[in-house]
Each structure stands twice: as C-alpha cells, then as structure tokens.
Design a protein around this ligand. Sequence first.
Ligand code: NA7
Length: 542
Amino acid sequence: MANGTSAPAPTGTHYDAIVVGAGFSGLYLIYQLRKLGMSVHVIEAGAGVGGTWYWNRYPGARCDVESMEYCYSFDDALQQEWQWTERYPQQAEILTYLNHVADRFQLRSAIELNTRVTAAHYQESSKTWKVRTDKGTEYTSTFCIMASGCLSTVRVPPFPGIERFKGTWHHTARWPHTPVDFTGQRVGVIGTGSTGIQVIPQVAAQAKHLHVFQRTPNFSVPAHNGPLDRDYERDLKARYAAHRQAGRESMFGIPCDMPTLMVNQASAEEREAKFEAAWAYGGATRLLLAYMDLLVTDEANDTVANFVRNKIRAVVKDPQVADLLCPTDHPLGTKRICVDSNYYATYNRPNVTLVDVRSSPIEEITATGLKTRDANYDLDVLVFATGFDAMTGSLNAIDIQGRGGVKLKAQWEDGPKTYLGLMVSGFPNLFTVTGPGSPSVLSNVVVSIEQHIEWITNCIAHLRAQGLNTIEASAEAQEKWVQHVTDVGNTTLFPKANSWYTGANIPGKKKIFMPYVGGVGPYAQICSDVAQKNYEGFVLSA
Ligand code: NA7
C-alpha cells in the first residue's frame, strides 16, 4: 500500500462499481459513489492519482482554462480554502490539488495504482461486469464506469528508425519525473498543437539550438498569465456559488457574456476593437465569443482569423517564418485554439529554427537525429508533442465486450455511437464519463465531469431506490442522439477541420466530429430532462 492507496484486492472480489482511472473523474466518482454507500474500486495505470496531470509533466505544461474555473465545485469548503497561485494553473499545482483532494476526502483507499485494465466483459447470466487487469487479477462489479480520459492514449507517429536514435526522446505525455536538462543540447520538437506551443518556448530558453518540426500551424492566443489577482480571487469566492451555477448553464462551462451581434452587424473598426480587447484580456473564450457567427460561417471566421494572422506577423520578425506560422487550412477555433506564453516571439530567437515538414516530410529518425525529405538534422534530444488518440483511444484500448460478446471497438469502427455520451446500447451498466457525444473536450472539462458524475450517481441512486439493477441505452435513442450530435455539429464550422475532435490525426480512424457542440448548459438540461422523464431512452430493469 503506497500513500494509503488500496492494495490489489484478491482476484474474484466483487464491487458495486469499478472505475477506470483516478483523474478528476475517478476521484469525484469515489466521493459520490461512497455517498450512496457503495463499494467502489478504482483501477489506475499511473503510479499516482491525477490522470492527465499525472502524466503531462513536460516543461510549460499548464491548463488553458483559468485556475478559479478549472477545479471542483462540489465542496464549498474546498473551493474556498484552496488558493491557486497563478491565473492559469501549472501542471504541478493541479497535481498537488488533486492529491490534496484525494487526502482530504480519504479517497486513496479505493484506488489501486500501477494497474491497467485490459478487458471488461459483461456477464449476462449474473448481470455483472468482469474486469481484468494487466496484473492478471479479475474483479466483478455491478457498474463499470470509464473515467479513462479523453486525451490519455498517446500517439507517437511510427517514424522508421526510432530504435536507432542514440540521443534521448520523450513524448510530452510520458515525460520523466525528473527534470530534463536541455542546456547545451540540440533539441528537436515535433508537433505544434497546444502541447508543442507550451513546450517550445521553455525548451528554446535552455537549449543550444531548437529545431521545431511543424506540419500544420495552429492559431494561438496569449494567456497573459501571471500571479492570481488576490482581489479578483476574494471577489469571486464571495460569489462562487452563483458563478459556478452560471458556468454550468453556460456554453463552454465558463461564465461569460454571450455575443449579441453577427460579424456584419459591426463595422471593421468595431470588430478590430473587440478582437483587440479579447486579445488583451487573454485566453480563447472572449475571442471565440466576440460575435455570434464566428464558428458558423467562413466569412465571419475570416475576420477573426485574419486578426490573429496579423498579430503573428506583427510579432515574428522574419516574414517567411511568420507566413509559415499562419494557419490557413482551418477556420479559427475549429481545432483546439492554443493559449500560449511567448510562443510566436520564440521564433525571433537566434537559437530557434522552424522547419516546414509539410513541404518536406519527416522520413526517418536516424542514429544522430532526424531526416526529412530534403535535409538531415543532428539532434541530442527529440520531443514528440504529437498528441493523442482522442476521446475513443482509451476506451478502444480496453477489450470491452457487451451483451452477446459484442466488442465496443468493432461497434465503433464507423465512429463512436453513444446515447448522451453517457452510455452505449448493448453495454448495460457501463458508463462513459465525458464520452463522445457529450460536450467534454469543448468545455471546461471539470464542469462537464461534475455534471456527468452527478447524473450517473443520481441514476444509480434511482435504480437502487426502485429496486432495479440494470440500465441500458436503447438503440433508437442512441441513433437519434448520434444524429442530433451530427446535425448540431453541421451547423458549425467544426467538422471542416482535420482535428483530433474528428479523429483526423489518427490514420485509419473514421472521421466523425465526436463532441457535442450544443453547449454545456443546454446539454445538461437535456440530460436532466431525460432523467425527469423516467430515464427516457434508457431501458431500466431488475
Ligand atoms: P495535437 O493538438 O494533436 O497536436 C499534435 C501535433 O503533432 C500537431 O501539430 C501534428 O501535426 C503533429 N504531428 C503529428 N504527427 C506528425 C507527423 N507524422 N509529422 C509531423 N507532425 C506530426 O496534440 P497536443 O498534445 O498538442 O494537444 C492535444 C490536446 O491536449 C490539446 O488540444 C489540448 O486540449 C490538450 P498535424 O496537425 O497533424 O499536421
């Protein structure tokens, strides 16, 4: 037993609920399920709690949602007492926070660390889930809850030759626990998504030389991070409950003023002033919500995209480099907009070179570095900021079998289908937290996590109160929901981008816009209406 966490239970142990993952979701699940008097066992692959924030230890790792928003709201004493140090929380601080939560609510005794779930099979005869781990243990449970995260299955592109590389290489989401010293090193970073954009300025400040291998540029806006303003903190804490409620009812899980105008209802000067104010404030939300139609039509989007491209050109001194850094292949916001600290200015440093691997792709990793179609680069360290098999990756990595031995992965070959992002037809008593078909990755995910877990645990409480023990999404309700998710997505520009939201970053993955873009508040209302109507679209049985 490390840190008071649970020792592996004897094989064959039965629990009311097994939870996969001990991040924000898994921890809150323990808290809520225990309130129902249930036995709960959480199985976590990492050597500690924290999920995303346990794994992503690369320099510069920071949340792009502000600290005071990106934390639990379920316990007022916790949210009043916890003090964040900066406007945007650093990875280490979020991890400290989650460890504090685990201790404060005595959650560790429910968690088995260093253990990966390999299979979960529904047993129709006993109406239980049989869950197998990589330790060879098997447990059974009445409910199986996947709290395995939307961005937890790392992607390392299969470049030939990686095994020959004599230097060291790291994927950002599998970063060593001891700091990596880049002093005097020739470093290559592959990838310029949110992660690359955070790690690049940090590496550049240390390395002898940094080559950034960019295939597709992304839009990034400044964070304007700094110490958390204590007056702001005091003021917000005095009205935290109302603020949180507004977040739950909002579009992205963060309270903010909704736009009232379309782009063409404002003059060019008015638009510029509005975008400028959003830029000066920092973060993505104000920019995306400056006008109603920014994510709806290309013409509207061009106004804000041009604004950001001009900002890039104003910062980056070499016009050719600036051009390469200006995204042109997707509307702004349809790929996760990045939030940075000094990203574009990093390209003015003499020790940083941007390499366009769109025009000259990476062909192989060599013993001494990396070879593109046109050149060889000598490197001591390679950093893969190459992302994740998002949303479905961690579910498909587990052999999940439902009724009749049907495999979830096979059922999702043509894209994931869920009812409300919470359950899958044919998989009774299996819940997915922030699953595809829910707002999850398009929101302040902690708000979405709390909403899902409260819905799930209320649902389980309802079943128990009614003397029922099984719930399953009906195939019809699922079809209707999937259609609704697609229809709402198609009213926006989101499906146009080759983003991880659509699975386009994973070769062979069916391209489907996976999250629900209808908004956190409207979605939560739909979920509670469904529950009110006796779990409409679900089949409940004893
Ligand atoms: P992302 O956003 O998926 O970014 C991955 C980056 O890696 C992206 O720039 C990719 O370029 C690049 N990549 C991937 N494969 C290759 C190959 N083969 N060659 C060159 N470049 C490649 O992952 P992040 O970790 O940055 O962010 C994920 C989310 O985590 C983020 O949105 C936040 O929500 C938190 P591409 O665009 O595919 O051309």
